[in-house]
Each structure stands twice: as C-alpha cells, then as structure tokens.
Design a binder for this molecule. Structure first.
Ligand code: PDD
Length: 279
C-alpha cells in the first residue's frame, strides 16, 4: 500500500509527482479542488464531488472537459493502485503552466492533480468529549461557494484556532455565523436542526446535504436559515460536518459552553445514522 499521485494523465508515487514553479496554482492560487473520502475502497458521494468540481471550475472559467465517467475511472484506478481500503482523495485543477501574467494564458492546458493517501483519522476521543471552537471575523470574498485554492483566510483562521487550543474557527459577519474554516456549521435549537442556507457566503457542503437528508429521513426538522451568533451561543447542540471530520460535536464557542457541555442526543443519533449510511 502506498500514497499515489495522478498528474496530467499519469499515475506515479506521490513522492515522484512535481509541478512547475510556473504553475498558476502555485503563483496565483488559480484553481479549484475537491476532497473525497474512500470507505472500503468506495469513493463516497463521488458524483456529487465531481459535479461540484465542475461547477467550481466553470465559475472561474476553467475549461474542465473530463466527464464524470472519466473521473470515475481515474479515481477508481487511483484507489486500486494505492491498495488502501480507507483513504483520502485530493483533486486539484489549475489554469496550467505559463509565464506569470494576471491575464489567462491563451493555450496552456489545465494541470490536473489527484492524490490518494492514507486517511489520518481524527482522534476518536474528540467524538466522546466534543471539541472547542472560536469565532473569527469572516474576511473572505463573496464567492465562498467556489471551492477555490485561495484559502488564506481559512488557513489563518484555522491556525488561530489551533494556537488558541481550539479545533475549528467559525466565520462570523454582521452577527451571523456562516461556516467553519473547513467545515459546515449545524445548530440545534428547540429540537430543530438549523444550518445557514446555501449561497455565496458558504461552500455547499456535500456532507451538509447528506446529513440534512439523514435528519429529514429520521423525523428531525431542518431549517436552512441564517444562524445568528445569539442562536449559536444559545443552542442545545452544535456540530460541524465535512468530508474528513464527518460529524463532529462542538462543546464550546469562545469558551462559552454549549448545552450541557457534552455531545448531544441529536448528534449521537445522526452520527449512528451516518455510520450506517457508509457501511
Ligand atoms: N473542506 N466549508 C468549507 C470552507 C470547507 O473547506 C469544507 C470542506 C466544508 C465541508 O464541505 P464537504 O462536506 O463537502 O467536505 C465546508 C475540505 C474537507 C478541505 O478543504 O479539506
């Protein structure tokens, strides 16, 4: 078993994959990406991830022509070559290699990268204890729905959280919370599961959709409505969702305790359903 890379139509060991210093992904962050979980050799929600990749690409005028079937073949071959049953796949598309110029290159082919690597699972103890979070100013642009490589506000906020001993930073703007630096936020109040609506201020999380469907199928009322800071702090339960963290219970926000300070009942129910849905 080994970490694998796919670079512009060729498979190789991850340690042997290199792109040019003139790649626009490196120089401008001019590209888009996806992260996909593999459970038992199966890429979870692959169609949804490929659809979102194409949507992100189209939103920045990146001419991504591979079909879903072609991506599926590449992803499956990558999983087979890696030998991993459980893995993390990263796909990145950039506007190619070209002398540095803000204008788009006229004829550079896209750079397509995929890596398949062993999954580095979160400490299972975190699901028992729940995780601390902090709030940060949402200084991001107004197209957070595009899964772009430009992640400076996200990584700075995550690092800020890490230095504060927290697991995640929650983006707040004008008194409303939008999402985490790399996760979707969900809040339970009076038994109703609230999450911010899709739009330019959040990434349309694929796990978000999956968890909301699990909630609806299990008679949990869902409200896709703006979540104020007040709602967040007064919530019975808060949790985060994302491809790698799945569902992660939150027990503090800026040292303010959520509910009784333990992962709540709706989290436990949804996480059980989530595990059943992937097995
Ligand atoms: N991030 N919001 C942001 C800003 C994210 O970066 C992510 C995921 C999510 C959750 O989306 P999904 O459920 O589709 O994974 C929400 C990935 C995992 C990352 O950047 O590594």
């Amino acid at each position: 078993m080994s970490d694998i890379a796919y670079l512009n139509s060729e498979f190789m060991k991850l340690s042997e994959a290199f792109v040019s210093v003139e790649d626009r992904g490196f120089q401008f962050g001019d590209g888009v990406y996806e992260v996909i979980r593999v459970y038992d050799k199966t890429p979870h929600l692959l169609r949804e991830h490929v659809d979102r990749l194409k949507l992100s690409a189209a939103s920045i005028q990146l001419d991504e022509r591979l079909s879903y079937e072609e991506w599926e073949r590449i992803v499956r071959e990558g999983i087979d070559r890696s030998g991993y049953a459980d893995a993390k796949i990263y796909i990145q598309l950039t506007r190619g290699v070209s002398p540095r110029d803000h204008r788009f290159p006229v004829s550079a082919p896209l750079t397509r990268v995929m890596t398949v690597r062993e999954i580095d699972l979160e400490d299972p103890q975190l699901r028992e204890s729940g995780v601390p979070t902090i709030t940060v100013d949402d200084i991001r642009w107004n197209r957070c729905d595009i899964k772009s490589l430009n992640l400076l506000p996200n990584i700075l906020s995550k690092q800020h959280a890490t230095q504060a001993g927290a697991f995640e930073a929650l983006f707040v703007r004008d008194g409303f919370v939008f999402e985490g630096s790399s996760s979707t936020i969900m809040v339970v109040r009076h038994g109703v599961l609230h999450t911010p609506p899709e739009g330019p201020r959040i990434l349309s999380g694929i796990t978000r959709d999956w968890v909301l469907n699990l909630a609806r199928a299990n008679e949990i009322t869902v409200a896709e409505e703006p979540v104020s800071l007040e709602m967040l702090l007064g919530a019975q339960e808060v949790f985060l969702t994302g491809t790698t963290i799945e569902i992660m219970p939150v027990v503090t926000v800026d040292e303010h305790r959520i509910g009784d300070g333990k992962p709540g009942e709706i989290y436990h129910r949804l996480y059980q359903k989530f595990l059943a849905s992937i097995s």
